[in-house]
Design a protein around this ligand. Structure first.
Ligand code: COA
Ligand code: MG
Length: 294
């Protein structure tokens, strides 16, 4: 699965922002056809996004399109307008049931057959941002092999349940935890809600660190200045990599000597810490950092 640390949204009807987003070195760009586009511009956004997919050089960035929701009656036309331009994947908003993922996946598969593209090549990421979505996480997470990630959407969820957003986020903490647990149970990526405060980069960093600590592997971004902060937090530092390597080396030496559990720097080490160290090295590798060179 490809790495998705920061995923930057841009309105699908805004060619200027799409071109700016293409050169930032962000892991994924998401051209939005849903809530970032005015109702009277939905049709134009489809063709702007499709044309950008054909014309703009996105470098190494993954090219994603966010569709309108299954309930909107716009989704099928969104797909028909953008599929021929072959995005790398689709982001589905307000997912509440497995069939919503499966229906989109079937339409994508049809296009893959039609164009002779590799089957399953176009990926799907589902946003969970309603009470029903949280309730049905299990069936959504297991819905389709094309599904790569669950994305948590705090703003819509708060609206749906009548919660008031706070900087601490206690009101959405259960849902934020539930999304990451279900994602991991099904070997999916977990991607955190965006920070809507565009100027508070310290707050963004703190939020991203919490997400990382919870097990999230990426976070949505809505402004170019958020990209580096997010990608930095999700990339292990040389210090963390060195510590992980030391722990794994010490573990191997103890295993060879017939000891399963031991002490390192005043802390007990056994298998969970070893697994965590290996996960950290895998994250470094995926982020393009070779742990062997550190
Ligand atoms: N992607 C790419 N470029 C972006 C961008 C984004 N998400 N947001 C801003 N930019 C560009 C702007 O075009 C501007 O460049 P320019 O002056 O050369 O045109 C530069 O970055 C600075 O932008 P700024 O003036 O700070 O912001 P803004 O007032 O133009 O836009 C928002 C603010 C919130 C409207 C904008 O960031 C945005 O559209 N974000 C994405 C919103 C979205 O897609 N929401 C749906 C999902 S939640
Ligand atoms: Mg939303």
């Amino acid at each position: 699965m490809r790495i998705r640390r920061a995923l930057l949204f841009m309105p699908g009807d805004d060619r200027r922002k799409i071109e700016k987003g293409a050169v930032l070195g962000v892991d994924s760009v998401i051209m939005d056809l849903e809530d970032g586009v005015a109702l009277n511009n939905k049709v134009a956004a489809r063709s702007t996004a499709a044309t950008a997919l054909r014309e703009v050089d996105f470098g190494g960035a993954e090219k994603l399109v966010r569709l309108n929701s299954a309930a909107s009656e716009l989704e099928t036309d969104d797909l028909h307008a953008t599929l021929p331009a072959h995005p790398d994947g689709y982001v589905l908003p307000k997912v509440e049931a497995a069939w919503q993922v499966q229906e989109v996946s079937a339409q994508i598969e049809h296009a893959e057959h039609e164009h002779g593209w590799p089957l399953g090549g176009i990926r799907v990421l589902a946003i969970i941002e309603t009470a029903r979505g949280i309730m049905n996480l299990r069936e959504i997470a297991g819905s389709d092999p094309r599904l790569d990630a669950l994305i948590f959407g705090a703003e819509d969820l708060a609206g749906d349940i009548g919660a008031t957003r706070t900087p601490e986020g206690d009101e959405v903490f259960y849902a934020r935890s539930a999304v990451v647990i279900h994602a991991k149970a099904f070997r999916l990526q977990a991607i955190d809600t965006p920070c809507v405060d565009l100027n508070d980069l310290d707050g963004l960093k703190a939020q991203t660190r919490t997400a990382l600590q919870m097990g999230y592997t990426g976070k949505l971004a809505i402004h170019p200045r958020q990209v580096d902060v997010i990608q930095h937090v999700f990339t292990p530092s040389p210090e963390e990599i060195r510590r992980a390597k030391r722990l794994i080396d010490a573990h191997e030496a103890h295993q060879n000597a017939g000891t399963g559990v031991f002490e390192l720097d005043g802390k007990m080490v056994d298998m969970p810490m070893v697994r965590a160290a290996k996960t950290l090295l895998a994250r470094a590798h995926a982020a393009g950092v070779d742990p062997n060179n550190i």
